[in-house]
Write a protein that binds this ligand. Sequence first.
Ligand code: PRX
Length: 645
Amino acid sequence: MSYPYQITSLEQYQEAYKKSLEDPEKFWQAVAENFQWRKKWDNVLSWNFSQPKVEWFSGAKLNITENCIDRHLAVMGDKPAIIWEPNNPEERTRVVTYNRLHKRVCQFAQVLKNNGVKKGDRVCIYMGMVPELAYAILGCARIGAIHSVIFGGFSAQSIADRLDDAQAEFIVTCDGAYRGGKDIPLKSVIDDALIGNKTIKKVIVYTRTRTPVSMIKGRDVWWEDEMLFAEDQLEKEGTINFPAAEMDAEDPLFILYTSGSTGKPKGVVHSCAGYMVWTTYTFVNVFNYQPGDIHFCTADIGWITGHSYIVYGPLSAGATSVMFEGIPTWPDAGRFWDIVDKYKVNILYTAPTAIRSLMGFGNGPLQGKHLDSLKILGTVGEPINEEAWHWYDENVGKKKCPIVDTWWQTETGGILISNLAGVTPSRPGWATLPLPGVQPLLVDDQGNEVQDKDENGYRKGNLCIKAPWPSILRTTYGDHERCRTNYFAAYPNLYFTGDGALQDEAGNFRITGRVDDVLNVSGHRIGTAEVENAINMHAGVVESAVVGYPHDVKGQGIYAFVIDSNTHGDEELTRKDILQTVTRIIGPIAKPDKIQFVNGLPKTRSGKIMRRILRKIAEGETENLGDITTLLDPAIVAEISKGRV
Ligand code: PRX
């Protein structure tokens, strides 16, 4: 495949950026010509942010799986689409060619059909990182069902809430998943999530760990049996092909839940055409993808990074995508480097938290690893500190691989601000410049564009985007008003990201972190209100307040201040009970790193908790806590500060 839209020099980037702003419709129409459409669009773009309503390529008909699979078959059917590396390095690798991917996705689409799934139905996917997860996602897309992948670290309660919100009717899961030295019993978590559920009709279970599972008659079916049956059916019809559903450009492709500043996660909805164009365009340009490159994105498909840069973007570009089942530190901290050498990986895309954690093992695990296939390195998910950036550059990239620092969000569908590898300059800690079509600006709390510069020549403000790019979220599932108030109401006619940023005089951006009540723990997004709700569920808790604090490896840690009713009880036991409660309600990823029992919280006379003060205490600040005179009980501040853990 060739990519006429590939940017190969700084001048070309500047030219493309300029054109994308002068005439967005002409610009994106030209990019969209490089995809396979059943019918082309009537209109490239119509939008207003006040509702919000955004439509790209409306009137067009397509199926994203024809772009990710079928269009590659004639010339590269035997090329690996997915190379799968199992958790246990002793186990056999699986190489899935585009031909094989086509067959499996068609079979699974038939399985979905046999089980009653129709276009527009919601299918929840709760699986480990096995190739079948990719088949499940693409099988849904082929039949036009809306997939909603839930990360394997979420608890039964979290799944139940998401199933209910999405009104899902089908689940695809595994008996269990391997992650490092642990086996995670996924099916039994699903069974717990389904207690009292009234909408789920079928659960399809893939066998991975051979963990004993209970299969409920009439509801639960085995993946393997269903796939064999589907294969027979399709073969009887002469050929293995499941005709792809014809989708409207703006039909929803998937829902992915993410945390916000309220207690309830939001179902971010992405639609077919815009998401496809953007993930492919950004994959090719940010990573400077060259045909034949082996791309390894270490994310889990339970998060947006895996959706966009393991599955849809690379496959639509006809690339080879490495999918890894395990974790970077098992059986030892050299695992990523072994995978890079084993498959001669050219592009490695990972998170700062993984880099910091591996850095903590020193250079021993890198001994004897070649890493000479690497051409490009990438990071995503959180700000990268300079120390980690330089370690990555020197020890992994051997100072010859450009590092792309890619800023984006679940809601943006793909990368919005990043240098282009080897094409535009990188700068440690800076995501640098916006992609063509992206118009970021910084506003103050009143919504005025920030003009003032500090002594370094930097502007500082809340990061907003002025106009839609093709893969902007379209709605939050079942509650469009929530989408409006969350993203489009803070500043009229702007999309508000929730992040703060700096901009230098050359236009480069540095993302400084969230300015709302959302934490970023090991690259996972967690709402403080969600964690508080979970802690407050514990019988012994009267009230709690959760804030983030800087953490060497995780980026941010979770600090909980808890008022406990059982003041004479065993604090250590209560602490463990609270951790267990959070694990049950959300999942282990949301467990507080620190819990401090307090007698009161700093509240204003109107009852609002002054988190600013708690944040400072959690960060270790004992003086300069700001104005505390407006507090109902100013004395509580000194008491909390003294008891810091
Ligand atoms: O705060 C930003 C941070 O991650 C948030 C989005 O999280 P999520 O929707 O889970 O998506 C993560 C993967 C795209 C953002 O609001 N973030 C993401 N990338 C960067 C980043 N912060 C700094 N630099 C980045 N490159």
